[in-house]
Write a protein that binds this ligand. Structure first.
Ligand code: SF4
Length: 383
């Protein structure tokens, strides 16, 4: 049996040696911004004062070096074998008033998706039980709404679902659009673990993707969630037509929030016929690796989730994502309305790669834990 600690010492020493090497050919080819910032993250723990230029320098580092240093930070902050399994269920599908240009659930696009009402309690609880039996520890419920304002009956039903699923011993997450302050407080009281509200892309590129709600409205919902003591789950999508600068911009916004999100989903666009982005070409695995490893280095404690688009990646490609720092996936047949990886294939992948399921955590205020101590312990244990 080995421990994470057994890996820390040689890896860190290697980093330090590389950073101080005077061999010109060796140091000039290996002392990348990814190496420098990963070493600082390991030494100092989480920071919220990242500059955009710093994050950009990490993002554009040679990809294998970036991957390597993402892996180092990952091993210092997490048990690298543990992968969280979350199941995302669409509890209210389609008919959404918003115009998110990637989304088949918007009523503005003709994607052939049939709108459905809020699922009944029995149906939701059965789905949660199936997910739990299949090894999932977090159950996420998604509703295709702009917000929950004026949906008192539905909102109260969802509070019931949250309580019941929490009582089943699962972490519970919701993604219901924009929230008001009071609604976040009520979700917290019901036992909600996390609330997902993605920023999608950079502030600059955002108006090209969505026009019906602003970046600042999204940030306000995140603030209500954080203030209520619920963990924030917030990430984005790549492949929307954005530039690398926009990917950096997204990571910069996330990494400079008052508290890093507890979870950072990294999605690759699944181009759905009938949406404005239907002809966008799929992102390459190297783009995912850059996003994941950079997110890992700049937000070391976050659960970095390999999310939508995973279905297109082979097992070796997914293995590189786990190596770079991803430690969470969505399991189950569907991701809201788009296809997801086969359950048996995921079980097989866990076995082949030696991954283990992460147990649920019910610590309140998880996102506000100061992680510098843990990282400091890792570095002081290396000398
Ligand atoms: S992403 Fe959410 S808010 Fe946007 S159209 Fe789809 S369901 Fe509506």
């Amino acid at each position: 049996m080995f421990s994470i600690g057994s890996f820390r010492r040689p890896l860190l020493r290697f980093t330090v040696l590389r950073l101080h090497s005077t061999s010109s050919s060796f140091s000039s080819s290996s002392c990348s911004a990814a190496a420098i910032h990963a070493e600082r993250t390991i030494r100092e723990g989480s920071r919220n004062d990242w500059t955009r230029d710093e994050i950009k320098s990490v993002y554009v580092s040679p990809v294998l070096d970036l991957l390597f240093h993402g892996a180092q930070v990952h091993r210092h902050a997490h048990n690298f074998r543990e992968v969280q399994q979350c199941t995302l269920l669409s509890i209210k599908t389609g008919g959404c008033s918003e115009d998110c240009s990637y989304c088949p659930q918007s009523s503005r696009y003709n994607t052939g998706l049939k709108a459905q009402r809020l699922m009944t309690k029995d149906a939701v609880l059965q789905a949660a039980k199936r997910a739990k039996d299949a090894g999932s520890t977090r159950f996420c419920m998604g509703a295709a709404w702009r917000d929950t304002v004026g949906r008192k009956t539905n909102f109260n039903q969802i509070l019931e679902y949250v309580k019941e699923i929490r009582d089943m011993g699962m972490e519970v997450c919701c993604t219901l659009g924009m929230l008001e302050k009071q609604q976040a407080i009520e979700l917290k009281k019901a036992g909600l673990t996390a609330y997902n509200h993605n920023l999608d892309t950079s502030r600059e590129y955002y108006p090209n993707v969505i026009t019906t709600r602003s970046y600042d409205e999204r940030l306000e919902t995140l603030q209500f969630v954080r203030d209520a003591g619920i963990n924030v789950c917030c990430g984005g999508i790549i492949g929307l037509g954005e530039a690398e600068e926009d990917r950096v911009g997204l990571l910069h916004t996330l990494a400079t929030l008052p508290t890093h999100p507890e979870s950072v989903p990294i999605n690759a666009l699944v181009a759905v016929k009938g949406t404005p982005l239907q002809d966008h070409k799929p992102v390459e695995i190297w783009e995912m690796i850059r996003m994941i490893a950079t997110a890992r280095i700049v937000m070391p404690k976050a659960m970095v989730r390999l999310s939508a688009g995973r279905v297109r990646f082979s097992m070796p490609e997914q293995a590189l994502c786990f190596l770079a720092g991803a430690n969470s996936i969505f399991t189950g047949e569907k991701l809201l309305t788009t296809p997801n990886n086969d359950f048996d294939a995921d079980q097989h992948m866990f076995k082949v790669l030696g991954l283990i399921a992460k147990a649920p955590s019910f610590e309140d205020g998880l996102a506000s834990i100061d992680d510098s101590e843990a990282c400091q312990e890792a570095i002081s244990g290396s000398g």
